[in-house]
Design a binder for this molecule. Structure first.
Ligand SMILES: Cc1cc2nc3c(=O)[nH]c(=O)nc-3n(C[C@H](O)[C@H](O)[C@H](O)COP(=O)(O)O)c2cc1C
Length: 160
């Protein structure tokens, strides 16, 4: 039996960076404090029936506990011209300053002019290494057929 290869974090990050993704801002309206949000690219579809999606929250994230407390979230899929939102929602500070949004059916902020948004209730969570898998049941959604996506590939924002 061969010994398991030690995988360095930087090597894994570099290999996974070859996997092009979209960029999603996960928002929520927790019971206390203002709205919260964080940029993620770990967003994927899980199941059509029932309708489930997931994202992964880092164990060091200060936003995830507030999303968990809300019990719901909105996955805002960013459009090509929303790189500024992607950067803003990955920074510390008031992430909603100057950001146009309206409350969705769960109260979670729906960001204006996103490519698509999916409002979810948190259906399940799983601890997985240094992240938590957050599974959401989709309650409502809408998309803009004419928009094009913001992409993230090899640590840079790209256009389709
Ligand atoms: C393109 C991009 C993708 C990201 N993807 C994730 C992700 O999937 N999960 C995560 O926890 N943080 C991700 N982050 C980092 C968060 O946006 C944020 O910086 C981090 O959660 C720390 O902020 P917080 O403490 O307010 O949560 C990503 C950042 C960028 C710019």
């Amino acid at each position: 039996m061969s010994a398991l290869r030690q995988i360095a974090g930087d090597d894994l990050r570099g290999a996974m960076a070859c996997f092009a993704t979209g960029v999603v801002v996960v928002t929520a309206a927790p019971p206390e404090g203002g709205p919260v949000g964080m940029a993620v690219n770990s967003f994927v579809s899980v199941s059509l029936d029932p309708p489930l999606v997931l994202f992964c929250a880092g164990n060091g994230s200060t936003t995830w506990p507030a999303i968990h407390a809300a019990g719901h979230f909105c996955a805002n899929v960013l459009s090509a011209d929303q790189e500024g939102l992607a950067r803003g929602f990955a920074r510390k500070g008031d992430r909603f300053a100057g950001v146009s949004h309206t409350p969705g059916i769960t109260g979670a902020p729906v960001l204006t002019a996103v490519h698509a948004h999916l409002e979810c209730e948190i259906a399940d969570t799983h601890e997985a290494g240094d992240h938590t898998l957050v599974i959401g049941r989709v309650l409502d959604l809408a998309l803009d057929q004419r928009a094009s996506p913001l992409l993230f590939y090899r640590s840079s924002y790209r256009l389709f």
